[in-house]
Design a protein around this ligand. Structure first.
Ligand SMILES: Nc1ncnc2c1ncn2[C@@H]1O[C@H](COP(=O)(O)OP(=O)(O)O)[C@@H](O)[C@H]1O
Ligand SMILES: [Mg+2]
Length: 421
């Protein structure tokens, strides 16, 4: 019963009791001053006792519903999973992120039905028993490998049934992935440098020892040593370019470059070394000019890397072409294509080609002077230029690499987001 109603009932009850007392005394003919006073006292006492049970006025219902609405909206927009449980670990509330992570999570059901991690459940029990916040790790393997840090804190439950607990799951998956990438990168770079260094040291020792007086062997070894030293130089050059491009990745280029003229220059420069490898490079200039906002040096390296790959891994006839396209979403774009009719690339490799040091065949890439960083450099440069890269290839059918860049002065209003690499 509401407090106001309870107090009103107490006053009414006390009044009626006093009235009956007075009536009985009057009917019995024994009405005197003491009895009237006793009736008045009974009425006052009953009323006061009723009023004492009344607590401080509660929040107005409209305000409390409003606050609950705000709390729910807040919870719904927290991107990390949040779960509230009562003191028996029955689920009181869960936000959409929690329900997406744990589909078996239902209100008023035990948390253990949905979250089968003894460590997390023990931490919840500990938080409920001691009132002290807990912090533990939680990882899922199916359907995806994800890592979380779970913070469990005691929570007063509004219905007054004692303390519950709130679980906050902080997603550490992408932070862990970045950390792994960094460690892998350092390991890969050191390994790539160590291999030619070991070979150099080996040849130096041979030249100092057994081959000391062998002139033809010395010539051969020196040639191999030169190639290994060049390989190290290329690797360091590529590592430095990559880190320079990464530093500038969020600085939009301010100059304007004619991609047509740049592509022609690169084809002219690459055709003679390609011819020595037995490949022909041709350029089909469309309806130029092809102005793009860009950094000429960086875009030249992009085109150079793509032609070099087509010559090295494709061979035969390499075709470089330019065209224009109107994309309803991304505005007017300039498209550069580099095609070869080489052996092509199996589909499982294609999504990984822009990863640092990823090569379909490490030995063949090394033999052709590759570092495994070329397409990573291309991808980062294109991110800076709001460009897109698409690799279309099939085994036995050759490869076509397509780069599209916004046309200068006709860029889409909505800026493209660079793709993460
Ligand atoms: N046109 C192509 N045809 C076949 N394979 C290619 C082609 N372009 C790239 N690749 C593959 O992609 C890998 C990564 O290329 P890249 O990042 O430029 O490294 P690198 O050329 O230094 O090996 C190459 O090792 C090669 O296996
Ligand atoms: Mg390359």
């Amino acid at each position: 019963m509401a407090d106001d109603a309870r107090s009103r009932a107490a006053w009414t009850g006390a009044g009626i009791a006093a009235g009956f007392l007075g009536l009985a005394a009057w009917l019995g003919g024994a009405l005197d001053l003491w009895l009237i006073l006793a009736a008045l006292c009974a009425a006052c006492l009953g009323g006061l006792l009723g009023a004492r049970g009344r607590k401080a006025p509660p929040l107005r219902p409209a305000a409390s519903t409003g606050r609950r609405g705000i709390a729910e909206a807040l919870l719904a927009h927290v991107p990390d999973p949040v779960i509230l449980v009562d003191r028996r670990t029955l689920v009181l509330e869960a936000n959409p992120a929690a329900r997406a992570l744990l589909p078996a999570l239902h209100l008023a059901r035990p948390l253990s039905f949905a979250l089968r991690s003894p460590e997390v459940l023990d931490a919840v029990e500990a938080a409920l028993a001691t009132g002290a916040p807990q912090r533990i790790a939680y990882a899922t393997r199916i359907p995806l490998e994800r890592a979380f840090e779970v913070q469990v804190g005691p929570l007063p439950v509004p219905d007054g049934s004692g303390a519950g607990a709130v679980l906050f799951l902080r997603d550490l998956t992408s932070a862990r992935r970045l950390e792994t990438m960094r460690v892998d990168f350092v390991a890969n770079a050191s390994h790539e440098l160590r291999t030619p260094l070991a070979s150099l040291i080996g040849f130096i020792e041979t030249l100092q020892g057994p081959a000391r007086d062998d002139a033809p062997a010395r010539e051969r070894f020196l040639e191999i040593m030169r190639a290994q030293a060049q390989r190290m130089t290329r690797l360091i050059d590529d590592l430095l370019s990559l880190s320079r491009i990464e530093l500038r990745e969020h600085v939009a280029p301010t100059a304007t470059v004619d991609l047509g003229a740049l592509a022609r220059q690169m084809v002219d420069a690459q055709a003679p070394p390609a011819a020595r490898r037995g490949a022909e490079v041709t350029f089909t200039d469309g309806d130029g000019p092809y102005p793009v906002p860009g950094d000429a040096d960086e875009l030249a390296r992009v085109i150079e890397n793509l032609i070099e790959n087509a010559v090295k891994y494709g061979g035969g006839h390499v075709r470089v072409g330019l065209s224009r396209e109107d994309d309803p979403r991304h505005g007017a774009r300039i498209v550069l294509t580099v095609s070869d009719d080489g052996p092509g690339i199996a589909p499982e490799h294609i999504p990984r080609l822009t990863e640092r040091f990823y090569r379909v065949d490490v030995a063949s890439s090394r033999a052709r002077g590759g570092t495994g960083l070329g397409l990573a450099i291309v991808k980062h440069s294109l991110n800076r230029h709001r460009g897109r890269l698409a690799i279309d290839s099939a085994v036995g059918r050759g490869t076509t690499v397509r780069v599209s860049l916004p046309e200068h002065g006709r860029e889409a209003e909505i800026r493209d987001q660079p793709d993460p690499v």
